[in-house]
Design a protein around this ligand. Structure first.
Ligand code: 5GP
Length: 203
């Protein structure tokens, strides 16, 4: 019996508070798992220094974003700190249909919408080793005013309340270990019976 390729890709949803180091963990993960497609979101927030249109985000105006909402072009979207963020439905659907795993880096409101629409997705929340460490990391970035940092910490507390709705909790103490845990989760998910029935069909 030969092992047949799975037919549909796995949708992977990753959330975590600002300052947890999600982007670094994602870079490490994508470096090791080049077969995963990272979904580039649409946002109305202006690009930060070093960010590229079409790479980090698709940067669009509020008007364009609202047209996408009206045209039902988004799998999910949320308003986060006065800006819209959303995931294109078309691209995600094409990749999953082609058997490609897709990774979404989205906040908790968007993740809740995906959970309602795609119950087979795997939901992973990343936390720092402690809340004190999150505060230290946000201060270390030194790019924000104290007031902004306090706002992010308040937001993080709210986001933590959603953790029980996630399937897995990963602690980002060391980046390579956090990425390793996510890879282990993805291996386990791919071994689920429901994801492997095509191997034994027709026996
Ligand atoms: P930032 O502005 O720091 O890049 O992102 C702010 C928050 O928006 C992060 O928590 C990030 O995960 C989330 N985010 C990025 N893209 C999307 C998206 O397409 N949908 C939703 N709901 N959240 C997103």
């Amino acid at each position: 019996m030969s092992v047949k390729k799975k037919t549909r890709g796995q949708l992977i949803v990753l959330s975590g508070p600002s300052g947890v180091g999600k982007s670094t963990v994602i870079s490490e993960l994508l470096g090791a798992r080049r077969d995963i497609y990272f979904s580039v979101s649409f946002t109305t927030r202006p690009p930060r220094v070093g960010e590229e249109d079409g790479v980090n985000y698709n940067f669009v105006t509020r008007e364009v974003f609202e047209e996408m909402i009206a045209g039902e072009e988004l799998l999910e979207y949320a308003e986060y700190v006065h800006n819209y963020y959303g995931t294109s439905l078309k691209v995600i659907r094409e990749k999953l249909d082609a058997g490609i795993d897709v990774l979404l880096d989205i906040e908790v409101q968007g993740a809740a919408k995906v959970r309602a629409k795609c119950p087979d997705a795997v939901f992973i929340f990343i936390v720092p080793p402690s809340f004190e460490e999150l505060s230290r990391r946000l201060h270390r970035r030194a790019t924000d005013q104290e007031e902004v940092i306090q706002g992010r910490l308040k937001k993080a507390r709210e986001e933590y309340r959603q953790i029980p709705n996630y399937d897995y909790l990963v602690v980002n103490d060391k980046v390579s270990e956090a990425a390793g845990e996510i890879m282990a989760i993805l291996v386990a998910e791919s071994c689920r019976t429901k994801n492997r029935m095509n191997i034994v069909e027709g026996v």
